[in-house]
Design a protein around this ligand. Sequence first.
Ligand code: URA
Length: 204
Amino acid sequence: AQQAHLTSAWDGLADDLPRQIRACTRCPLHRSATQAVPGEGPLSARLMIVAEQPGDQEDLQGRPLVGPAGQLFDRIAGDAGLDRNAAFITNAVKHFKFRPRGRQRIHQRPDAGETEHCRWWLESEINLIRPVVILALGATAALSLTGSGTDLMQRRGRAEAGPGGIPVLITLHPAYLLRQPDVDKKAAATDQFRSDLALAQRMS
Ligand code: URA
């Protein structure tokens, strides 16, 4: 009976956080986005993956990393032996920030103030999951998790101290690979990304 009681208390806490995130009006980004996108994955996850913010597809579907950058992430993670389904995946900022252009919605990087406002939710997710290692995808996640906005490519492939002393492994964002027009640069960055994902898997 004790066990059943503990399980239901835990479930209540876990349901409550996504519900609170979906109701968030702490910054103006909620006004134009379709919905907030909370993290998803097992509560027992040892690895937490933090991307930047929902994109167009994530905003519509309400799930993190399911659009083109997420699909590229899944492909390279598969090559690196990293199981996405075993990780808890979330974003540093929970609402999509964009600029309308005709019928398109063009992604805009969240600024330091928006990232800071949303850090409350990211830290709540970290406290809920208590991962062994956190993988930061790109500069916004790295800033939110370490407080440092210095050059990402100098820092990638290594762990820094994150919230509560949890190691934060820094890597690039998969959207960088999608945008990179130079074939050789893209291949080199893809190799780096794959090796960072393999390291995250080994550390978790
Ligand atoms: N880019 C992100 O950073 N996060 C998503 O969820 C999708 C695209």
